[in-house]
Design a protein around this ligand. Structure first.
Ligand code: 8DG
Ligand code: MG
Ligand code: MG
Length: 143
């Protein structure tokens, strides 16, 4: 269908912080942003809070339990290549158990998860994330 018959969708993605310097990223297996590095996250379900969605997607995709879930910012993302439009809600959180490694729970959608320093991010980043980095955004706690 044409763009005029479709509505924007809401996505919730999570900057999962480690040592207040690193975030969890996975290389996507998807028609949208294939092979790019992206945050864990997915579609907001009917009736969910942003925090609930963040916790659910994190568990579904990485097996990790998270807490300290907070709103960071929202961006508007039009994917002209595949006629998709997302309002993307960026959350941050920390691991309930910092020693627990991430698991690749959806290997059909992701090549695997790993921790990356924000000052040494892998390339290429998924466009919505790349745009934030270019804008100078950082997800970490400041004192
Ligand atoms: P679901 O069925 O689990 O709800 O969806 P998913 O398979 O996990 O969807 P997704 O593609 O991982 O996330 C939904 C959309 O969110 C994605 O197609 C575009 C948007 N999105 C961004 N930035 C990011 C990001 O950094 N990571 C992820 N995973 N999605 C992002 O705008
Ligand atoms: Mg998902
Ligand atoms: Mg996902």
């Amino acid at each position: 269908p044409g763009s005029s018959s479709r509505a924007p969708r809401v996505a919730v993605v999570v900057c999962l912080l480690k040592d207040n310097t690193k975030v969890l990223l996975g290389r996507r297996r998807s028609s949208r942003g294939d092979s790019t590095f992206a945050l864990p996250g997915g579609h907001l379900e009917f009736g969910e809070s942003f925090e609930e969605c963040a916790g659910r997607e994190m568990m579904e995709e990485t097996g990790l339990a998270i807490h300290n879930i907070e709103l960071l910012t929202v961006t508007n993302n039009v994917f002209s290549d595949d006629n998709a439009h997302y309002v993307t809600v960026f959350m941050r959180a920390t691991c309930v158990n910092p020693e627990e490694p991430p698991r690749n729970m959806e290997p059909d959608k992701c090549h695997g998860w790993d921790w990356y320093r924000w000052d040494n991010l892998p390339q290429p980043l998924f466009h919505p994330l790349q745009n934030m980095v270019q804008d100078g955004f950082t997800p970490f706690y400041t004192t």
